[in-house]
Design a protein around this ligand. Structure first.
Ligand SMILES: [Fe+2]
Length: 298
């Protein structure tokens, strides 16, 4: 699925982050500055969790490596150049996030879990509405009963798991029950991928690529409006030879939806767009290039 990404064993030094957190809470009798940094965030009926800025909490050396790897992953898979300032949040008994959507924050959200390897709490799953619910009657088949798993994806906060999803979709965190100690809590680093724009590795310059893509969008603007109305972000991975020819185009991530029945279906639209990208002639260079282009439709 290209609009919900789940990556297990994301960060090789996840234990270092987890161990640092545990060290701060190991002795509940001991008072020290790292125990006083937490905000009990309670918005009645909507949010309840305990949070602190992650980039201030962890020692720079441990945190920076994680941060860099996450940023790099976002560049190579989404075409997003940075991440928002990250939160570190823990969820004990009664903590949750009720359904909401994060519209202006960025095209993709992430949740990275540092929860205990052996989870004792119940709940704490990241809950995201499925596409078929957001377009319910169009896909409705009157054949079988549906239960919760038909309507939402529920992703467990396994240790060292990264989840990436479209934050415009209704989402939340199911209520955590059964643990009171921060050492046993659901623990996550979360935020948004931001600054979508072409990401280039290899010989081509970002300026070259940007100019070509702007020209492509200009040339296609009439056709694009005839095809219909779309909403969402598609990130294309493009391999370009030294001669400037497009050798391969793949869709890396995709949240695109057609907004009405008159619009060309997304699968056909994407196919057509890939064929147009293949026609681009980039500048001659001495080496190959790899490009990631995020296109935002709204
Ligand atoms: Fe959210």
């Amino acid at each position: 699925m290209k609009n919900l990404i789940i990556k297990d064993r994301f960060f090789k030094d996840a234990n270092k982050l987890r161990n640092f957190f545990e060290d701060q809470f190991r002795d509940p009798h001991q008072a020290h500055p790292k125990r006083f940094v937490w905000d009990y965030w309670n918005v009645p009926g909507q949010y309840r969790l305990v949070r602190t800025p992650a980039y201030h909490y962890f020692p720079a050396k441990i945190y920076q490596q994680f941060h860099s790897e996450l940023v790099q992953w976002g560049r190579q898979n989404l075409g997003c150049h940075d991440i928002s300032p990250t939160w570190l949040s823990y969820y004990t008994e009664g903590c949750r996030q009720n359904l909401h959507s994060d519209v202006p924050h960025g095209p993709w959200a992430f949740v990275y879990s540092l929860s205990p390897k052996k989870i004792k709490f119940k709940g704490g799953e990241t809950l995201i509405f499925k596409d078929q619910v957001l377009d319910y009657w169009k896909n409705f088949v009157d054949e079988k009963d549906r239960e919760q798993s038909s309507f939402v994806d529920e992703i467990k906060p396994n240790f060292n798991r990264l989840i990436v999803f479209d934050p415009k979709k209704p989402h939340g965190v199911t209520e955590v029950r059964g643990v009171e100690d921060p050492m046993e809590a659901r623990l996550v680093i979360h935020g948004w991928f931001v600054q979508p724009r072409p990401y280039v590795q290899g010989a081509l310059s970002t300026r070259d690529v940007q100019d070509q893509i702007e020209q492509l969008m200009y040339d296609l603007s009439d056709k694009l409006s005839n095809f219909g109305s779309y909403w969402g972000t598609v990130s294309f991975g493009i391999d370009v030879s030294a001669k400037g020819q497009v050798q391969k185009v793949e869709i890396l991530t995709d949240t695109l939806v057609a907004l009405d029945a008159q619009s060309l279906p997304v699968s056909q639209f994407s196919k057509w767009f890939i064929s147009e990208i293949k026609k681009i002639k980039f500048r001659h260079k001495t080496k190959n290039s790899r490009i990631v282009i995020p296109l935002i439709f709204k």
